[in-house]
Design a protein around this ligand. Structure first.
Ligand code: FE2
Ligand code: FE2
Length: 272
């Protein structure tokens, strides 16, 4: 408890890759939720369908874990079926700064079981990203104007390659949102901090996928692709799965962050 009411915690899980990643979510999210006393869980699921996109089957699979909201990124439409499935879920987001003609939505307001509401906003970066996206800076400003003033906690997943773009967005939003965390690179960064205005920031949360891999794909396949320059099928690594995460602590009454920790946990296939 602080002078601004109870302190609440949000657990955020980095890009889930394949079945191994989904299994890690099912096993480890309940463990981490308990360990950190987190009341709200956000999972970036953009690679949950065999490394490429999302499907209804994948969401239903992970829904056996206590996940409140799923975010995504540039791979959101890799599974053709998902454009017809995304609207079955109120809690699955795609980047907000994509064409308005795309199905789905880029942000939402959700109830935190421990108190208050959590607005979750999913954005895509523009730098070094293959998809054409609108400006994430303008997009998030418009979303913030549209949110009810009663919503104090605002959590932004900026799915982007360039650390500069993610840091610039976090500094622009410092004091206006609870947290800005990056996804997409699949490599967790060591720069977690609370900015002066009370916004938690981490350049990249990392991934939930094979530890002995290149960003979740089989090492031999990726090395072959780089060495030969030939189109190569990159198999998803399903062994020795690591779940990367961060936990943001914030004041219920103000929505300001007071702490952020990041870490990794390994999936144990023998204990499911
Ligand atoms: Fe991505
Ligand atoms: Fe990813």
């Amino acid at each position: 408890m602080s002078e601004n009411g109870p302190l609440l915690k949000i657990l955020f899980v980095g890009d889930v890759v394949g079945k191994g990643g989904r299994n890690a979510v099912k096993q480890l999210v309940p463990v981490l939720k308990d360990r950190y006393h987190a009341s709200f869980v956000i999972v970036n699921a953009e690679n949950s369908a065999n490394g490429a996109g999302i499907s209804k089957t994948c969401i239903d699979d992970m829904n056996t874990a206590p996940v409140n909201v799923y975010t995504a990124g540039d791979h959101i439409w890799d599974q053709k079926s998902f454009e017809h499935e995304i609207n079955m879920y109120q809690n699955v987001l795609r980047p907000a700064n994509m064409s308005t003609l795309q199905p789905g939505k880029g942000y939402g307001v959700f109830r935190n079981p421990a108190g208050g509401e959590v607005a979750v906003i999913n954005l895509s970066g523009k730098v070094f990203m293959r998809e054409s996206a609108c400006c994430p800076f303008e997009c998030v400003e418009k979303i913030l104007q549209s949110l009810p003033k009663t919503v104090k906690c605002i959590f932004v997943d900026i799915h982007a390659e360039a650390t500069s773009e993610k840091a610039a967005l976090a500094w622009m939003l410092d004091g206006k949102v609870t947290a800005v965390v990056g996804t997409h690179t699949h490599v967790q960064t060591a720069d977690g901090r609370v900015l002066p205005g009370g916004t938690a920031f981490l350049s990249d949360v990392g991934m939930t996928g094979g530890h002995d891999s290149v960003l979740g794909r089989e090492v031999k396949d990726v090395v072959k692709k780089f060495r030969t320059g030939m189109p190569t099928r990159l198999e998803v690594t399903e062994k020795n799965i690591r779940l990367d995460y961060c936990v943001v602590t914030y004041e219920l009454n103000t929505g300001k962050a007071v702490g952020i920790v990041n870490g990794s946990e390994f999936y144990n296939p023998d204990s499911l």
